[in-house]
Ligand binder design. Structure first.
Ligand SMILES: [Zn+2]
Length: 342
């Protein structure tokens, strides 16, 4: 099958087209004919390399996958050949204490498509049948690929970790990112007041179009403006994933007793924190990683009701994966950059 692979760590230029063997499937697996795969910041890490996190080369990236069922294993009953589906991006053992309790993202064997196992930058991908979810009829393959990872992650951050309440105010950092554009929509549906930041005025306009009540540039000391917009109080919840560049201002944006939830640090992992400020104001710092599969089903239900929509920035053909990586790396996008696979 044709694929775009990472043969070694490096810049976007290392991505190249290659012939890879079509995956063999087990009794409880499906073979998916990939139609679209959306990029995540994770794809950039996998390509460029992260200290202490090995990847077996050649590697096929891509965690957000949609397509049609091409083959099913002998014990598969939940889907049939030809079904339009998307894949839950996290694969877990399905039988440990955490999995049985529904906390699959806490499973010791939890892996992601495109990270520890081959992903969707290819004609075909193998998936456990339990990861396969029907695509809501209103969504195209490109749109469906733009949903799973970011809506799952944002849902888990807002409801499971920070326990956002309807009348609260949330500050979403970097509205132009996939996860930021998902968070704005989910928080609005939940009845929260949404403040959102972005790096350019154009992105702020798009954030308002998605439902953000107030927007602000996140270049300087944006906590001051957040305080102004909240009557001097600060926000109940800060939705973080940018890290070093915004961390301090994000913490300063919280009201006393506020919660900061973070799922990443795309600008760097190191930051200072004033411990006095944390305990004196009784702040909570909450880590979050992916989400529970049931939360993806919940988000998809809101897509069916028309309350959420995928935010597709651009669609590149798979062959132009390097250009797609550059667009994401340069933060030119608003929403998801998608690769179309035909
Ligand atoms: Zn497990």
């Amino acid at each position: 099958m044709k694929a775009v692979i990472v043969p070694e760590h490096g810049g976007p230029e290392v991505l190249r087209a290659a012939e890879m063997p079509e995956p063999a499937i087990g009794n409880r697996d499906v073979l998916l004919r990939v139609r679209a795969v959306a990029l995540n910041h994770l794809d950039l890490w996998v390509r460029s390399g992260l200290p202490g996190r090995s990847v077996e080369f050649p590697h096929i990236p891509g965690s957000d996958i949609s397509g049609e069922i091409a083959k099913i294993g002998s014990e598969v009953t939940n889907v049939k050949v030809g079904d339009r589906v998307l894949l839950a991006p996290g694969v877990s053992c399905g039988q440990c204490e955490q999995c049985i309790a529904g906390h699959d993202n806490f499973c010791a064997d939890y892996v992601l498509f495109g990270r520890q196992i081959h992903g969707g930058y290819a004609e075909f991908v193998r998936s456990p049948a339990v990861n396969v979810i029907p695509i809501p009829a209103s969504l195209s393959f490109d749109q469906a690929a733009a949903v799973p990872l970011v809506f799952l992650t944002a849902w888990h951050m807002l409801f499971n970790r920070s326990k956002l309440q309807p009348a609260e105010t949330v500050l979403v950092i970097a509205a132009g990112s996939g996860v930021g554009s998902a968070a704005i929509q989910i928080a609005k549906v939940a009845g929260a007041r949404v403040l959102a930041t972005a790096g350019t005025e154009a992105k702020l306009g798009k954030a308002r179009a998605l439902g953000a009540d107030e927007t602000l540039l996140h270049g300087g000391e944006f906590a001051r403006e957040v305080k102004k917009l909240t009557g001097g109080r600060g926000v109940d919840v800060v939705f973080e994933h940018v890290g070093a560049a915004t961390w301090e201002q994000s913490i300063f944006s919280l009201k006393p007793g506020g919660r900061l939830v973070t799922c990443g640090a795309t600008t760097g992992f190191e930051s200072k924190i004033n411990i006095n400020y944390i305990f004196g104001r009784q702040l909570s710092i909450l880590g979050s990683f992916m989400g529970e599969k049931s939360e993806l089903f919940a988000a998809l239900e809101l897509f069916k009701r028309g309350l959420l929509k995928p935010v597709v920035d651009t669609v590149f053909p798979l062959e132009r994966a390097a250009d797609a990586h550059r667009r994401l790396e340069n933060r030119e996008q608003f929403g998801k950059v998608v690769l179309s696979v035909s």
